[in-house]
Write a protein that binds this ligand. Structure first.
Ligand code: ZN
Ligand code: ZN
Length: 203
């Protein structure tokens, strides 16, 4: 059974303009890479555990017209620019074709004009990687728990609080159980189970 899944969303906006009398193509790209970690329980309830910006960068480049000849060459050129700027590979992988399609489109558009003009593309890209981890907290599964089981984060009793109220429990996929509040606070800082160190984000 799958216990985690990862999706990527790419928000890409670009502003294109033709430039007077100059004969060049320029790219200016702003990136922002975001990672979100979400826990979904069996009832479908979704909790955002962590959101972090993994990369924020601005890249500028002048594309030699030779590279606009075809999709493959343009992709290679853009990928090369991005890798020099040390854009994370999972972000790079998702935006290369969008950027080069834009560039090729602009160059074709201009090629149809009689005079040669240059163009510039200003793009803003946000790539969101979302990791959804399933947890298995289910009250019915709590039978068979010993009364003295405790939450290893706060070292207090797992099932009941001091006033006899039932505590909310979250079970990670390694099957270790914690108070929901305790483990969510923990996961905000770390990606691993406090007991067995299993990375809860890795698929
Ligand atoms: Zn606790
Ligand atoms: Zn564990």
């Amino acid at each position: 059974m799958e216990t985690s899944s990862t999706t990527w969303d790419v928000n890409y906006f670009s502003k294109k303009q033709t430039l007077d009398s100059t004969c060049f193509a320029s790219l200016s790209i702003k990136f922002r890479g975001i990672e979100r970690c979400i826990i979904q329980d069996r009832n479908g309830r979704v909790i955002l555990v962590k959101r972090k910006v993994v990369q924020e960068k601005e890249v500028e480049s002048v594309i030699p017209s030779f590279f606009l000849a075809g999709e493959e060459t343009c992709n290679k050129y853009v990928a090369n620019v991005l890798s020099k700027a040390r854009i994370c590979s999972w972000i790079q992988h998702r935006i290369v074709t969008k950027i080069s399609k834009d560039a090729i489109y602009m160059s074709h558009l201009l090629g149809e004009e009689e005079e040669e003009y240059g163009f510039s593309i200003e793009a803003e890209v946000e790539v969101v990687k979302e990791i959804v981890v399933l947890s298995f907290n289910d009250d019915n599964e709590l039978e068979g728990h010993r009364h003295d089981d405790c939450c290893t984060i706060c070292i207090e009793e797992l099932l009941w609080d001091g006033t006899g109220e039932r505590k909310k429990i979250m079970t990670l996929r390694c099957s270790h159980k914690f108070h929901e509040d305790c483990i969510l606070k923990w996961l905000d800082r770390k990606d691993t189970c406090p007991i067995c160190r299993e990375n809860i984000l890795s698929s």
